[in-house]
Design a protein around this ligand. Structure first.
Ligand SMILES: Nc1ncnc2c1ncn2[C@@H]1O[C@H](COP(=O)(O)OP(=O)(O)OP(=O)(O)O)[C@@H](O)[C@H]1O
Length: 825
């Protein structure tokens, strides 16, 4: 664990570990893997594989196997597909680490069933300059050599004006155009082959019988060279999107850790990169769309495109002209020949020559028709299927149609991110230790730059917003016990740490005690360490204070424990809604204790009576029900009140839907599948009868009362019901059930702001059915994880909404209100 967590200490730490052949390091849950460029003995042996099986991350030394095991266990436990994102520059070890992940999964958990390797690779550059290359190429593609040469160097045109209309003429291509034709052919062959291989591999997976997958994404990292072109622009755009996903996940994991450790803090501030993504991909004004617009002009030009980019984003923080570069080589580039983008990993100057050409992937017609006549059946089939599918994009004779590379890339990237967002993710950042690619050689500058490019430095920034340094109680105990006298060193590690912190009088803003660890604000761990190692006189004073604190805290604890036992026994639910404990002096406490003790027999009697009590609340006023729900501590009565309340809601909604005018479109309380339930059992009952009586065993119900479940189902706007599936706009309906009843509900509409509803405040608009009646628990795929719900809820402003409802005393106490109040405290 690092006392100061920043790029310098991280780099140093990686260096020290690398010198001991420890190539793997964690930052939070991210694995940094330095390529050793030699085989470290036993590091990937079957024995090592065994030692990582079923172990939580962090219990064993950092390793790629630990990440693979985590992905597998998360998939099983959370019932959620997983992705492992392996990135880094060329030669950093992505492919090797990907293979280790796959080997681990196959050796540990068998093949096939759940493991699906989706490897996405970047593009390929085939260069066939010589005549011999042409010969090989023609042979492999089953084409005549001369035909191929002609098709690569000329283009067929059909005259449409002047002369004899409809005459076919062959126009020679310029060198650049011919180069593009060659590259377009190579890319098309590669992409068809790649798709074919992936399809064949996928045919071997029993997708129908497997519910989840682990995807391994091997992807090139952020790149910048002296000269950067369209390829770097695309790969960096991709990395910008992945970085956003990475930030989202790391941030969430940090927050989850804080929650798991009970820190009571939730926010971590960081700068997000949405503005940079928008600059590239926004509709109409984004660089990709400006480029497409240029491609569609009768005479497109790179300069015109570049000027348009600068003009549309004059004062954009992320964009500037090459003249503003720190590097002389870029300062010579004219304004209409390039632009600089400030990426998360640093500024990159792109030279825009050939952007327009490179953005067009169309294979001109003579090449396409030539390849469709290949002697090789396999090649023919590869191209036949794709030409059939792309009929509408097929070129007209004489015209090279436009197929946008940039937008194809954008669409595929967004699909990839949708997929990633639906999975649990782990990250492996591969690092090349030196440019020579040799073993035992550590080039700090190179590595630091890779840490920046892989987004690790911005993760550190992100962590700085919270509590970046952390150490388990055991670690701290072992570090400092030697400075303490025996009596204190015998304490349990947690108490030992707590006593130490209190005695030092550290500011509680600077650290937080979790369940297993102490968390420090940036730099505070080191401060603490310095105090501990300061002069012996100071230490003696410190020990005295620790002793004093211990005595006081033990005495207080004994008092509170006795009181709590008695209180918990007599009040099953805390009597104060805000959950605060009254502040009492020891005398007051003693008084209350003796009072409670004297009430003992009466409490027992009431409890015994409660077991047999039945509540008939059908005659209660609404206000009485509401107040009881808000104030009572009697679980039986509470449950009965809620049931009665929901029975009335159900009757009300049934009445409302019966009386509503036909064809009027009302807001949905829940999708049709949820509200279409059988009213009969409820309507046939006399309204006097308490529905609680029909429920299964009461005891079971009370236990259910504590279960928190979360659901998500899609809905279609009523107006879109009969539209074809493509143009239907889908929304999402989210529900949080606190026991059997709805606590929070959320509708995400495709075309209007989200609607948030909380129990108590918005009952009339909320789902009135109990969980069992909704059938949601039996709907496949409807149940989601709490964090999936909370993430969306938070993003839609749910926290503020619930807080306002609590403050205006409208929210009914539920698990959600209790959690929020706890957090705010
Ligand atoms: N863990 C490792 N142990 C030993 N050698 C390794 C390890 N990882 C990588 N190497 C060495 O580094 C070389 C390059 O690694 P790898 O092919 O995985 O890089 P890459 O990031 O996939 O590169 P590219 O992006 O160019 O495909 C390997 O051929 C291997 O010799």
């Amino acid at each position: 664990s690092l006392m100061y967590l920043n790029e310098a200490t991280l780099l140093h730490n990686i260096k020290v570990r690398y010198s001991k052949d420890r190539i793997y390091t964690y930052v939070a849950n991210i694995l940094i893997a330095v390529n050793p460029y030699f085989d470290i003995p036993k590091i990937y042996s079957s024995q090592t594989i065994k030692s990582y099986q079923g172990k939580s991350l962090g219990t064993m030394p950092p390793h790629v196997f630990a990440i693979a095991d985590k992905a597998f266990r998360d998939m099983k436990v959370l019932k959620m597909s997983q992705s492992i994102i392996v990135s880094g520059e060329s030669g950093a070890g992505k492919t090797e680490n990907t293979k280790f992940v796959l080997r681990y999964l196959t050796e540990s958990y068998g093949t096939g069933q759940d493991i699906d390797d989706r490897i996405v690779e970047g593009g390929c550059n085939l260069k066939n300059k010589s005549a011999q290359s042409l010969e090989y190429c023609a042979e492999l593609l089953g084409l005549d050599q001369d035909d191929l040469r002609v098709s690569l160097t000329t283009r067929v045109m059909l005259t449409t004006a002047g002369g004899t209309k409809g005459t076919v003429i062959k126009v020679p291509l310029k060198v650049e155009q011919a180069n593009n034709a060659r590259d377009a052919l190579a890319k098309t062959v590669y992409s068809h082959l790649f798709d074919h291989v992936v399809n064949r591999v996928n045919q071997c997976f029993p997708f129908e019988t497997s519910s989840y997958f682990i995807g391994v994404l091997d992807i090139a990292g952020f790149e910048y060279f002296e000269h950067n072109s369209f390829e770097q622009f695309c790969i960096n755009y991709c990395n910008e999107k992945l970085q956003q996903f990475f930030n989202e996940r790391i941030l969430k994991e940090e927050q989850e850790l804080y929650q798991k450790e009970g820190l009571g803090v939730n926010e971590v501030h960081y700068v997000d990169n949405q503005d940079c993504i928008d600059l590239i991909e926004a509709k109409l004004v984004g660089i990709l769309d400006i480029l497409d617009e240029e491609n569609r002009l009768p005479q497109p030009s790179d300069q015109h495109f570049t000027s348009a980019v600068h003009q549309k984003h004059k004062d954009h923080f992320r964009l500037t002209i090459p003249r503003k570069s720190k590097l002389t080589v870029h300062r010579n580039i004219r304004d209409d020949e390039g632009f600089i983008i400030r990426h998360f990993a640093g500024a990159v100057c792109y030279e825009t020559t050939q952007f327009v050409e490179k953005n067009n992937d169309a294979l001109h017609m003579s090449l396409e028709s030539l390849i469709c006549e290949s002697r090789d059946k396999f090649i023919r089939e590869l191209f036949e299927s794709s030409t059939n599918n792309n009929k509408d994009t097929k070129q007209k004779a004489g015209k090279l149609s436009f197929i946008s590379v940039g937008n194809k890339f954008k669409t595929q990237l967004n699909l990839l991110l949708d997929k990633l967002r639906s999975t649990g993710a782990s990250f492996i950042r591969c690092i090349k230790p030196n440019l020579k690619m040799t073993s035992h050689h550590f080039e700090g500058v190179q590595i630091l730059s890779q840490l920046q490019c892989s987004g690790m430095v911005s993760v550190l920034d992100l962590m700085q917003g919270g509590f970046p340094s952390r150490a388990s109680f055991h670690e701290l105990y072992n570090m400092y016990k030697k400075y303490m006298p025996d009596k204190l060193a015998r304490l349990d590690p947690r108490l030992f740490c707590k006593a130490l912190f209190k005695a030092l009088g550290l500011n509680e803003i600077d650290y937080k005690f979790g369940l297993t660890k102490v968390f420090f604000r940036p730099g505070k761990f080191a401060e603490f360490d310095q105090i501990m190692k300061s002069d012996p006189d100071h230490l003696a004073e410190l020990v005295k204070r620790v002793n004093h604190w211990l005595v006081c805290s033990r005495w207080k604890k004994v008092q509170w424990c006795s009181l709590s036992v008695i209180k918990v026994d007599s009040y099953p639910v805390t009597s104060k809604n805000d959950g605060t404990r009254p502040k009492m002096t020891p005398e007051q406490m003693a008084k209350e204790m003796s009072e409670i003790l004297s009430r003992g027999p009466a409490v027992q009697a009431t409890k015994a009576a409660a077991g047999t009590k039945k509540h008939d609340l059908s005659k209660w006023k609404y206000a009485e029900l509401r107040d009881t729900i808000n104030t009572s501590c009697d679980i039986e009565l509470l449950a009965a009140c809620r049931e009665e309340f929901h029975r009335r809601l159900k009757v009300y909604h049934a009445w409302k839907s019966k009386n509503k005018k036909r064809n009027t479109e009302t807001e949905q309380r829940a999708p049709k599948s949820v509200t279409d339930y059988d009213f009969a059992p409820y309507l046939n009952n006399s309204p006097q009868q308490n529905p609680a009586a029909q429920l299964p065993a009461r005891q079971q119900e009370i236990e259910m009362n504590r279960q928190q479940r979360f659901f998500r189902i899609p809905f279609i706007r009523p107006a879109d019901q009969y539209k074809d599936p493509q143009s239907k706009k889908k929304g999402w309906w989210y529900a949080h059930f606190d026991g059997p009843w709805i606590a929070r509900q959320m509708e995400l509409h495709p075309d209007k702001p989200p609607i948030l509803l909380v129990a108590g405040k918005d009952d009339m608009e909320m789902c009135e059915l109990n969980l069992e009646e909704t059938g949601l628990t039996r709907k496949r795929g409807a149940e989601i994880l709490p964090r999936q719900f909370e993430e969306i809820w938070e993003r839609c402003g749910g926290i503020q909404y619930l807080q306002n409802a609590i403050e205006s005393r409208q929210a009914r106490p539920t698990y959600a209100t209790a959690m929020l109040q706890n957090l705010l405290k």
